[in-house]
Ligand binder design. Structure first.
Ligand code: CA
Length: 228
């Protein structure tokens, strides 16, 4: 579990130091970069297990760093947690759509931050949760082949789109997806799903899921996440 390499790209020295100190305490192998250019260089050289990337950097900013890393096959798989300031929802959405894994808003609680780091590292190692076409959670089962959903053992009738949205979110518990990513994932050939209709579908889905409804979490200004 320990010794995993984490690259921290952050120009604010105090935050960089806070992050470095706390990750080292967790026995991660931490390297820091102060600029986007250096971050890119280090990412290519180190191929870290995870990157903590501030979005507001002088010169090449965090989103551009993310874009460049995801474009190259050698670095595309490096998981990224973005550090953002309050009110940067549109940047968060852009970052997630570029392929970043998660984000933490500054100022952050160190415990929450470390938990996110662990979760992203764990998720990227874990096998898919689907076993023989079935996603199982304590109160919820999703059967892909049969297009069937059981809540506390009882079948629930979902529309085609509701089912696909649920399956898409549940396949990656804990990940935040933007509306656009959901639209892209569930888009049928003959049926147009829009950003707005994702919200509409989620409302319907929650109603039908009953006690499992709380699994689908709204991430304000960003999108949705299936609770682990
Ligand atoms: Ca900054």
């Amino acid at each position: 579990m320990s010794g995993e390499k984490i690259l921290v790209v952050e120009d604010e020295k105090d935050i960089q130091e806070l992050v470095r100190y706390n990750l080292k305490k967790e026995t991660y192998d931490v390297t820091c970069a102060d600029t986007g250019e250096d971050g890119l260089k280090q990412a290519k050289a180190l191929l870290p297990d995870l990157m903590v990337l501030d979005l507001m950097l002088p010169g090449v900013d965090g989103l551009e760093v993310c874009r460049r890393l995801k474009r190259e096959s050698a670095t595309a798989q490096i998981p990224i947690i973005m550090l953002t300031a309050k009110g940067e929802e549109s940047d968060i959405v852009t970052g997630l759509e570029l392929g970043a894994d998660d984000y933490v808003t500054k100022p952050f609680n160190v415990k929450v931050f470390v938990t996110r780091v662990r979760a992203v590292l764990r998720r990227n190692k874990k096998e898919p949760t689907e076993v023989q076409g079935v996603l199982r959670f304590p109160e919820l089962e999703i059967h892909s082949g049969r297009h069937e959903v059981l809540v506390a053992g009882k079948p629930v009738s979902l529309t085609y789109t509701e089912f696909n949205i649920l399956k898409f979110l549940a396949a990656r518990p804990g990940w935040v997806f933007t509306r656009y990513q959901i639209v892209e994932a569930v888009r049928g050939d003959d049926y147009a799903v829009t950003d707005r209709s994702v919200d509409f579908q989620i409302v319907g889905l929650r109603k039908k899921l009953g006690q499992a409804a709380e699994r689908i979490e709204t991430v304000r200004g960003v999108g949705y996440r299936f609770r682990e």
